[in-house]
Design a protein around this ligand. Sequence first.
Ligand SMILES: NC(=O)c1ccc[n+]([C@@H]2O[C@H](COP(=O)([O-])OP(=O)(O)OC[C@H]3O[C@@H](n4cnc5c(N)ncnc54)[C@H](O)[C@@H]3O)[C@@H](O)[C@H]2O)c1
Length: 116
Amino acid sequence: MKVLITGGAGFIGLHLARHLTDAGHEVVALDRLVPQVHADPAASVARFPGHVVQGDITDEAAWALLERPDAVVHLAAETGTKVVADLYDDSVGDPPVDSYEAVISWDVDQLVTALR
Ligand SMILES: NC(=O)c1ccc[n+]([C@@H]2O[C@H](COP(=O)([O-])OP(=O)(O)OC[C@H]3O[C@@H](n4cnc5c(N)ncnc54)[C@H](O)[C@@H]3O)[C@@H](O)[C@H]2O)c1
């Protein structure tokens, strides 16, 4: 199974990706590689056991770079405290519309989303 993990280079995404690849699955990450989490982005990419597409889940162009997976695990999130407000202003807390639109257009069977 091919699994797309948004925020895949992050803490949970990396662990999940390792478990999935150990179980024989293919993983792809869509991750913005935010500096507060990834002080060394190249090292984060090298650690991930699959292809990393560097992009923002709110950017339609980033989704266009991806091929249809069998499942999507949505973990991308600003986990810092102040950055969220600076980045997304009053859209904080809204669902990542682009990611759901992509999942719908791909007709993917499984979408798993992290709870905050
Ligand atoms: N770690 C925990 O204990 C915990 C507990 C409950 C819920 N969660 C949730 O699980 C999810 C993952 O948490 P984590 O601990 O792995 O966080 P993390 O900060 O380690 O990983 C988040 C990843 O998302 C990426 N990212 C941030 N904004 C993005 C964007 N706009 N587009 C693409 N990528 C983006 C970051 O670069 C990072 O790699 C989050 O939704 C978090 O709220 C985590």
